[in-house]
Design a binder for this molecule. Structure first.
Ligand SMILES: CC(C)(COP(=O)(O)OP(=O)(O)OC[C@H]1O[C@@H](n2cnc3c(N)ncnc32)[C@H](O)[C@@H]1OP(=O)(O)O)[C@@H](O)C(=O)NCCC(=O)NCCS
Length: 146
């Protein structure tokens, strides 16, 4: 019903516009055109878009580090939600990860994104109560100006 295709560099502007419209998707400098295209190059054939009438209505970034898979920025346009598209995108990513020999995947969801958490839990994903997410904040290079 929704053709799902591999995301390519040319999809960037439309995908970014979709992410910007979706609450629950947190954008950072890594989501610049250069950042996303670099991610696509490092993880060929894993990130996906879904189209309706030639418009991108769903998107997800997917990659792996040789050990675990990671999904980022799953988003479905508001008017196309609750029709199974989010689930179809996730399943297509997991199939592709499995074909690459990666049996497990992780996502990070904002604590305030209750709808997002309900979606993942409905798909059978479990919250790890024994883990917290830690992140190194960007360190400014001593020679950097400003
Ligand atoms: C989360 C999101 C991707 C779900 O996309 P979707 O296409 O609507 O999801 P699906 O139709 O495949 O939903 C599958 C099941 O998940 C559950 N679900 C989906 N959205 C839900 C919501 N808002 N509240 C509660 N359960 C929800 C339902 O059980 C649904 O099945 P049902 O409609 O038969 O009851 C979409 O709501 C979205 O883009 N949200 C904004 C961005 C976001 O939060 N992304 C997740 C970041 S981690």
């Amino acid at each position: 019903m929704f053709p799902i295709a591999e995301m390519c560099a040319d999809d960037y502007d439309e995908v970014l516009a979709l992410w910007q419209r979706c609450e629950g998707v947190g954008l950072s400098p890594s989501d610049s055109q250069e950042g996303v295209c670099s991610f696509l190059l490092r993880n060929p054939g894993l990130s996906l878009v879904a189209r309706q009438d030639d418009r991108i209505v769903g998107a997800v970034l997917c990659g792996h580090d040789g050990r675990r898979g990671y999904l980022y920025h799953l988003a479905v346009a508001a008017e196309w939600r609750r029709r199974g598209l989010g689930q179809a995108l996730v399943e297509a990513c997991l199939t592709r990860l499995a074909a690459a020999g990666i049996p497990k995947a992780t996502i990070v969801v904002y604590t305030h994104n209750q709808d997002g958490q309900r979606f993942w839990s409905r798909l059978g994903w479990k919250q790890r109560a024994d883990l917290v997410v830690l992140q190194q904040l960007p360190v400014q290079h001593p020679d950097a100006k400003g």
